[in-house]
Ligand binder design. Structure first.
Ligand code: NI
Length: 258
């Protein structure tokens, strides 16, 4: 049974009504999906979807590229969502310096504030980092005390050195479609070095569909392709890898049914 620790099913323009998709997920062996918010509205929708559909859990938070959506009081609104029974994490949060004109210091403030929110709620964090590896690591190191409930580097795509530094902070590393892409040699190396008890997998739907579906609309139905690639790279039987990842997901996201 597979667990998608990061997908955005809270994207009505892409998925519309979820009932057909959720039915198909069970057939593909995907038992649980964490539906991840990127601003208040998407976090509210993820909460509602999770509360209506047993396989779904949710995370609430502001993505660094969506801080423009932030309105006064949204931090308190997110904090209220965190106490809902199906909320398993704060996310996705982090740093993204990819686009020019990015207010990097505003991103760092929002990231630190949400680490604090997670710590106060006793929840782990789901961390996004793009073109901001050094700052992400430094901020996490400086806020180590806020990571008591742990966290995951989602869709990890950094270097082996960065992977080791995050592992040293106690974080999990999660792999998505990019690990299946051709020319992912550096990522192959990382996927092999992660200790079995720190490994997670995800689709990051609707983005980053794995090979051989690259470029199409991604859904959690494609999660087995990521698992298969990880099992192949690590030389582990798929079944054992799936059991280990289920155990890891339950260890980090405590409210997931193991
Ligand atoms: Ni995401």
């Amino acid at each position: 049974m597979y667990i998608d620790t990061h997908a955005h099913l809270n994207y009505p323009e892409k998925y519309g009504d979820l009932s057909a998709l959720l039915g198909e997920l069970a057939e593909c062996g995907v038992r649980t999906v964490i539906d991840v918010g990127w601003n208040l509205e998407s976090s509210l929708l993820a909460a509602q979807q999770a509360e209506q559909n047993p396989p779904l859990f949710f995370a609430a938070g502001f993505h660094p590229s969506n801080l423009g959506d932030f309105r006064p009081g949204d931090d308190a609104r997110i904090a209220r969502l965190l106490s809902r029974p199906k909320c398993v994490a704060v996310g996705e949060i982090g740093l993204d310096y990819h686009y020019s004109g990015t207010d990097e210091s505003a991103q760092r403030r929002a990231f630190a504030a949400q680490l604090e929110l997670a710590d106060a709620a006793g929840l782990p964090v789901i961390i996004h980092s793009r073109d901001a590896a050094e700052d992400t690591l430094r901020l996490l190191q400086d806020n180590r005390a806020r990571l008591a409930a742990g966290g995951v580097m989602h869709c990890f795509s950094g270097s082996p050195e960065m992977a080791k530094a995050y592992l040293k902070l106690g974080l999990f590393l999660s792999f998505a479609g990019p690990v299946t892409f051709k020319n992912a040699r550096r990522l192959d190396e990382v996927a092999k070095l992660v200790p079995a008890d720190r490994l997670l997998a995800e689709t990051d739907s609707p983005y980053l569909a794995p090979e051989p579906l690259r470029g199409s609309l991604n859904t959690p139905k494609n999660l087995p392709l990521v698992y298969r690639k990880l099992a192949e790279l690590r030389g582990e039987p798929l079944e054992l890898l799936a059991q280990q990842i289920a155990k890891n997901a339950a260890a980090l996201f405590l409210k997931l049914v193991p």
